[in-house]
Ligand binder design. Sequence first.
Ligand code: AMP
Length: 420
Amino acid sequence: MSTFQAPKGTYDLTPPRSATFLAVREAISAPLRDSGYGYIETPGFENVELFARGVGESTDIVTKEMYTLTTKGGDQLALRPEGTASVLRAALEANLHKAGNLPVKLWYSGSYYRYERPQAGRYRHFSQVGAEAIGTEDPVLDAELIILADQAYRSLGLRQFRILLNSLGDKECRPVYREALQTFLRDLDLDEETRRRIEINPLRVLDDKRADVQKQLTDAPKLRDYLCDACKAYHEEVRALITAAGVVFEDDEKLVRGLDYYTRTTFEFVHDGLGSQSAVGGGGRYDGLSEMIGGPELPSVGWALGVDRTVLALEAEGVELDLPATTSVYAVPLGEEARRVLFGVVTELRRAGIAADFAFGGRGLKGAMKSANRSGARYTLVAGERDLAEGVVQLKDMESGEQTAVPLTEAPAELAKRLG
Ligand code: AMP
């Protein structure tokens, strides 16, 4: 232990658990890569205004949770609390939408920062894989993204997750609903802060977790009853498309999500083994966001799945990922000369694309074989002075325990053959 520890609300990813994280990132992005989504990477920090305007001035993320800083040059920056605003900013800046190839489909993977109260599954530094389809209004696109997220979770072996689906309406019908909701909420018995929220972001009140608030919301006007015909038809089409793909979902009228930019389709993936931080991912359509950050009209849809919580969900379901061993061959030299010779063999194997590792530090046979076992290697190569004098190495099959002497010069080819 050093004098220092990871900052509050953060944790380090170390082997062997870190391998699961990599595998989860890989599994979530694989269906996207296979579906025409290109990789995008943006800076870890942005102009603070991008998030204030994009995510919304009244959201918890912007008012309470952003890590902001002023640079020595006087720029106001924020560590990114989410990915969508940055990705859209970058796509606009690179004019990706002008290439005449809409939608622009992008995926990303990275670290995000929110100054939240840390608890199990809620961290100040966390990891997401996300996808955005920019510039097209088409229910097939909304359905595609939901189906791909479902496919990603299933490919990992997760089963106890549910998909919650809702429509938040558009700029025609949402304002009408908003006003009806405000009128209803103003008559309730609520604290000062919630009263303020009624005026800036009334839909968020529906999301209030407190029982005494929820009790009063039973007769609140329902967004469903206010959706305009176009929004209703769009939503029905999305529902039909996911149903046709065999993806099971639940309609959830209370699903409003914590970011201001959503319109029409919104969805969340929740896992039943995670306690209060049950959302493993979420997303939706954000038709107005581009204009909110100074861009042209570009109706878009996207999602972000949390890598940390997906790993917790795997642990909660007791799913062990089938992670391939990272080392195929482990070399154990006995003596100075063997060290030079076997290191040469290891280098040759690596250059031939065979994952190989080495017993460093001149350790004895027993300790080195323990490391070989721990490495998960399928084969070990052992050589001592007598072997070298005979021009051979001992090749041991770690599964069968069988050991054969192989001519030194043929060892790489023999291993390549055995490993297929
Ligand atoms: P959001 O942008 O809030 O919809 O978050 C999308 C996903 O990111 C969530 O469903 C979580 O899986 C994950 N996530 C968001 N905030 C945190 C956090 N503070 N700690 C860990 N994961 C988070």
